[in-house]
Structures are given as C-alpha cells and as structure tokens.
Ligand binder design. Structure first.
Ligand code: ADP
Ligand code: MG
Length: 722
C-alpha cells in the first residue's frame, strides 16, 4: 500500500487553476452580503436597523423579516438553496446545520426565510461540548445572529449555502462558543480605550481592535496521508524516523514555491477573496512541506471569523489538488511546528493606530500610554494568556525548544527599550513643562525596521502592533484575543482611574499625571520585558529569578482559567461568569485527556498491527538466511553481522513491546480516575510521558528493517513528494 501511494503521489496530475476573465476586484467579496449589496436589497430603515443592532439594539420583527427577505433574494440569485447558522462551538472548529429555503405548501414548494429564521435558531446541539452547562435533559442551545460579521454564501462542489455568523448560547444564556465572549471583550476594549484616547484627542468616539492572523500549515500528498493512521486520527505522526535531510540546510524558508503548491495557493486565494477574506501573503515556511498565508488585518471579530472560514477553505481546496492540509501544531518530530501569529493593535474612528509611535510629543505620549498599558496587562495576566493558548497539540511547541517558549515575555526592540529606560529614570519629567521635557519627545518615527526582530519571543512589538506568536495553528484565535482584549481593557480602566485621581488629588497636569502612572506601571511590569534568546537555558533560569511562570503543559496551564484573578476580572467586566469559566476549564481538560487517550490507543494499535508484523517477517527472513548459510558451511564469524542485526532488531522489538504494554496499563489506570484534573495529570505525567521512549524504539525499527517491508510512508516521502 505504501508503494502504491507513492506511485499515486508521484503521478498525480496537476490541477491547473484558470482565472481568465476574473479580476480580483471583480471577485472580491462577491459571495458576501456587503454594505454595498445590502443597499440594493434593503430599505434605508432596514439598513439602519442592522447598524443599530451592531451597537446592541434589538431588531424589530418587521425589520428582521425585511432583512431576511433581502438576504434570501440575494442568496438565491447566487444559487443558494439552504441557509445555516454558522457558529464556533468550543470544539475549536466551526459548526453548521443546514435548512432548506424550501417549504412544501399545498403540494408545491415555496421558499421561506423569515426574520425569526435569521435572528435565532435552536440547533439540536446536545452533542457539542458544554462543560456541564447544558444537562442532556435540558439540551437546548440557541444560535443568535451576529450582525457585526456579514453573512456570506459558501460554495461546495455541488451546492451553495447562505451562512449566517452567530453566537451560541445555552437555554440560560451562558456562552457555549468562542464568539460571545470575544464580542463582549471587544466592546469593553472599545469603551476603555476610547476613554483613555480622549485624554489626547477628544474627537475619538470609538476604538476597534485590529487583527492580522498569519497562518502556518503543512501540505502532504493525500495518497500518502491516507496510509498514515496517525495523521488521519491525530493530525500528527506518532512514529517516523527523521529524514536524512530535514530543515538543516535552511533552504526552504522563502524558497521558490513548487508548482503544485502554487496552484493550490492560487485557488485558495481566489476562493478566499470571493468570501471577502483579504489574503495577501503566501510563502514557504522554515520546514520542508511547510507554508504560510496571511491576510491584510481586519477588525478582530471579522478577522477571527475569516480565519475560521479560511481553515475550512484550505482543507477543501487542498483536496481538489490531492493534498491534505495539516493544521496540527507539530505534525512531524524534529522539524518546526506551526502556529498562528496574531498581530494585534487598536485603531480609533479617527484613523489613528494607537500602537503607532508618532513624531511629536503628544502622539508619543498617547503611544506610550497604550504601549505600556499593554505591557502591564500582559505582565499581570500572563498566566491567563498562557491558558488561552494551551492545548495538547500546542504543548509540542511551547517550551519544547522551538518558537515560542512557554514563558510569556515581551520583546520591544532596542529603540523602545532606550525610551522606556529614559522614562523610568527621568525623575524630572513630571515636574513643570507640562511633562514634555523628557525623552519621550524624541522617539524617532521608527521602526518598521526588519532588523530589530526576535523570532524567539512569544509576544513581540513589531513597529506598530504586537504580535502574539504562541497561538496554535489549529486553534480558534478568539480565545487568546478575548484574554488579551480583556486584560488590556481592564488595565486601561485602572490606568484612567489612577490618572484622574492624581489630577484631582495632587493638582497635576494631565501629562504629569499620565507620566507618573506610566512610570509606576513600567517599573511594576519591567520583569516581563526580555530582548534576548528565548530558546536559551539562560533565559529559563533568568525568568525564574524574575518570578515569571514557565508552565510547560496544558493541565497546569489551564488552572489560570479559573484562578481568582481571572474570575474576578472576567466577572467584573461581564465577559465570562465563574460558571462559564469553570465550564470552559472542564471542556479543555476533557479535550486534553481525550486527545492523549486517542494517541495512546493508536500507538498501541499501530505498534501491534503494523510495526510488529513486518518486524517479525524481517527477523524470520534474517533467521532463515542465517540457517541456510550455516548449512552452506559458513562459520559463526562469517555470520556475525547477520546475527548482530537480528539481535539489534530483537532488542528494540522487545523494548518496544514492553513499553507499549506499560503505557496501556497506565492508560487503563488513568481512565478509572474520576476527577477531571487528576485524570488529565495522569494522562500527562504517566501516559504521554511514555510516548517518546516508545517512539524511539519504533523509529529504530523503521531505520533497521528492509525498506520494502515498512508499511507507513516515511518522513522523506511525506515531506518531499509533491
Ligand atoms: P511579518 O510579521 O511576517 O513580517 P507582516 O509585517 O506582513 O508580517 O504583517 C503580518 C500581519 O500583520 C498582516 O496580516 C498584517 O496585515 C498585520 N498587521 C499590520 N499592521 C497591523 C495593525 N496595525 N494591526 C493588526 N495587524 C496588523
Ligand atoms: Mg509575523
């Protein structure tokens, strides 16, 4: 089967993508119910109702019906036959349940899509994770339209569906998805950042979070993929001897894109553009077979929706090209894994990027305010941020000697380090002169300077935005973005209270008060700033001295989801209640132990049914050869190397079997544990901890046994055939 798969992969015809007659400008957002399209399908009043709904106002029945009718007309002209509420349950992927527009009436088919259908649905969603929020006897969950993200028509090979972005809540109103808390955190960030912005520009009325998500992934040929049960079931290889050549030649990053991959990327871009996803960048990544795509940044809610949609699209388009997309954080041992880089900033309705340093003192003070408050927020809630990116698959990246370390730190570059040092030391700066004497007046209009970069930092300032690089490649970015937005908004609220109090009590100027509070916050959060090599052992030790957490695995990291400081902050701002946080915590724990459980089962299965049999066949072949040669008169000395190989194979075989059996025993023990935390810890410390040793011996067998007998496509085939 392996050789058949190799043959199919090698002979696979290229799918050519034809874009003749299309121009990006013509196809861009052609499947989206955009503002412009809305104007031709909806009345002015209905349009206004949608705008108001984005600010939280309820849409009247009458307008909902009008809007639904307009959407239906547009979608049916596009060829859609069904509609679905599209949502993001806590599984991490997206969910949809399609209903037809058609309804039988008096023996005929009529089309129907009412305001009710648009605004709210009750999916029979009792099988989606709820962490105990929905007992199965009260299994109802509701999806409710999110008017801030436009509806779109999704094309499958043989059908089109009108998709309505929605939030997903339980009967009692608890959030069961990623979007509901994200939207709340964005509203909070808006009000907190707007209030602080008004210190510098009273014309600011709103602040939007902006997000550009770089997405890394691997491509493998589909025929080879289907011969790897571990890739199919776990998304990563559980076994596999490293290819002689992996990424040591450093020849893949930004290398020329293979034709077949280029065709895939091109078609992906076309499909993404139709859905209004502004994909702009494509390139090879560091590891062989690894690639990246990135859109132009957008408002955060939209960027997250688009990334979720993009992951679906990638999978579908890849299938057309005979590829399988691997979004797992670490599909292959020994070469880089994949992440998402979440580029994050805030922008005012007046068009100012709040994290863009300007060249005059006033805008610099504004920049420093948002810059330092972000640093303080990340420092104070580093554990929450770490929890928001924790998963069984991301554990393979974070802290596992590759980007980025599990220690949350911030890289700001040498220029800003100097600026902050000056701010910290310049004691004169808040006396007289309206606070404008100090070095903050001198930040050069930096800095989109590619040399001052540090790829080892989990949270890096890159000129006019922060880049959170620790997010997993398969993950929904809503979770880390909710954590970041909330922590920053919370910090901005505290900051403003402190500044106002200082102005009031000490009769300071606004600038003086701001600088004084900034300096205090900077001193309090300085320990999180780190410019050096995040992969080094010295940093691990230094971070420990500084009191920064280094949380290596998911079961430990998740604790911060329900820590007193998280619960207090999330509840105070109405983002998530203690009950909701506990439910999410349970879901994440369960997700973790189930994933390790599946991997454990599969390791057992693959070892017994696919690795032991060829091992035995090879041994018996060797043994027969030895016996025959002995009969032919060869001495023991002549047969020394034959026997050595046989012994070596047998040694690894024996150890492999013992280790697999022990792991299975530990798995059984773990399964009996009631407490979800204890169970997770048992899976982490007693089951998963054995995987590497098991793999070591299996990979040795792959290295020793006749290549013709090995059943699984090898790394060199998975990574290089395309
Ligand atoms: P790299 O980090 O690989 O150099 P780029 O500089 O091209 O990549 O930017 C990566 C992402 O950051 C892109 O999606 C880009 O649109 C996004 N980005 C740029 N400016 C901002 C901003 N102000 N807010 C959020 N994202 C931004
Ligand atoms: Mg980047």
């Amino acid at each position: 089967m392996r050789f058949k798969a190799i043959e199919i992969a090698q002979e696979r015809p290229y799918r050519k993508v034809d874009l003749s007659g299309h121009r990006i400008a013509e196809i861009f957002a052609s499947n989206v119910f955009t503002e412009e399209v809305m104007r031709s399908y909806l009345s002015k009043e209905a349009l206004k109702a949608i705008k108001n709904a984005r600010n939280g106002e309820k849409i009247s029945r009458e307008y909902a019906d009008q809007i639904a009718a307009g959407m239906k007309a547009w979608a049916m002209e596009k060829g859609a036959s069904h509609f679905t509420h599209w949502f993001q349950p806590l599984t991490g992927s997206t969910a949809e349940k399609h209903d037809s527009f058609f309804e039988p009436q008096d023996g005929k088919a009529v089309t129907k899509f009412s305001g009710n259908d648009l605004v709210q649905q009750e999916p029979d969603a009792s099988s989606l994770p709820s962490g105990g929020l929905r007992n199965t006897f009260e299994a109802r969950g509701y999806t409710a339209w999110d008017p801030s993200s436009p509806v779109f028509v999704y094309e499958n090979t043989s059908g089109k569906t009108l998709c309505i972005p929605t939030v997903f809540v339980s009967y009692n109103g608890e959030a069961l998805d990623y979007k509901a808390p994200l939207l709340k955190s964005l509203a909070l960030l808006d009000s907190a950042a707007t209030a602080v912005s008004q210190y510098f520009d009273p014309a600011v009325e709103t602040v939007q979070g902006s997000l550009g998500i770089e997405q890394e992934y691997f491509l493998v040929d589909r025929a080879l993929y289907t011969q790897r049960p571990d890739l199919i079931m776990c998304g990563r290889t559980l076994f596999g001897y490293s290819a002689a050549k992996n990424q040591q030649m450093e020849d893949h990053y930004f290398g020329s894109i293979p034709d077949r991959v280029f065709n895939y990327m091109y078609e992906l871009e076309i499909e993404a553009h139709k859905l209004g996803i502004p994909l702009r960048t494509r390139h090879n990544e560091v590891a062989p077979g690894q690639y990246e795509c990135a859109p132009q940044f957008e408002e955060i809610n939209l960027a997250v929706d688009h990334n979720q949609l993009l992951m679906d699209l990638m999978d579908e388009v890849a299938a057309k090209h005979g590829f399988k997309v691997l979004l797992h954080e670490k599909p292959f041992m020994g070469i880089n894994g994949s992440g998402k880089h979440n580029n994050w900033s805030m922008v005012t309705n007046t068009g100012v990027n709040l994290l863009s340093p300007g060249n005059d003192p006033d805008s610099n003070l504004s920049f420093l305010t948002f810059f330092i408050n972000t640093i303080k927020a990340v420092c104070d809630h580093a554990d929450l941020l770490r929890a928001s990116i924790a998963s069984a698959s991301n554990d393979h990246r974070l802290g596992a000697n590759e980007a980025p370390p599990a220690i949350i730190s911030i890289f700001i570059g040498s220029t800003l380090t100097k600026v902050l040092n000056a701010l910290e030391q310049d004691r004169k700066s808040d006396s007289g002169n309206g606070g404008k004497t100090i070095s903050i007046a001198k930040i050069p209009e930096i800095m989109v300077d590619n040399t001052d970069r540090n790829r080892t930092s989990p949270f890096a300032f890159t000129g006019n935005k922060f880049e959170l690089r620790a997010v997993g490649s398969s993950q929904n970015s809503a979770s880390p973005m909710t954590a970041l937005n909330t922590a920053v908004a919370n910090q901005l609220i505290i900051f403003k209270q402190e500044v106002d109090a200082l102005i009031e009590s000490e009769n300071l100027s606004k600038e003086q008060a701001i600088i004084r509070v900034l300096r205090k916050d900077l001193i309090a959060s300085k320990k999180v700033l780190f410019e050096g090599n995040g992969y080094s052992q010295e940093w691990v030790e230094e971070a420990e001295r500084r009191g920064l957490a280094n949380i290596k695995d998911t079961p430990s990291a998740l604790a911060a989801m329900i820590s007193p400081s998280t619960v207090e902050m999330m509840e105070r701002h109405g983002i998530l209640s203690a009950t909701e946080l506990h439910a999410r915590y349970e879901i994440q724990l369960e997700d973790y132990h189930k994933k390790i459980q599946i991997e454990g089962r599969l390791i057992d299965d693959m070892a017994y049914t696919r690795i032991f049999p060829p091992t035995v066949r090879y041994q018996s072949q060797l043994a027969q050869a030895i016996a025959q040669m002995k009969q032919a008169g060869m001495s023991d000395e002549d047969l020394k190397q034959h026997v050595e190989i046989l012994e070596e194979v047998n040694g690894h075989f024996r150890k492999l079997k013992i280790l697999v059996d022990e792991m299975v025993e530990e798995r059984k023990k773990a399964n009996k544990i009631e407490s979800s935390v204890e169970k997770c810890l048992a899976y982490c410390n007693n089951v998963k901890s054995r995987f590497d040793d098991i793999r070591y011996h299996a990979d040795k067998l792959e290295r020793l046994i006749d290549d013709n007998m090995w059943e699984f496509p090898k790394y060199r085939e998975l990574l290089y055939i395309k």
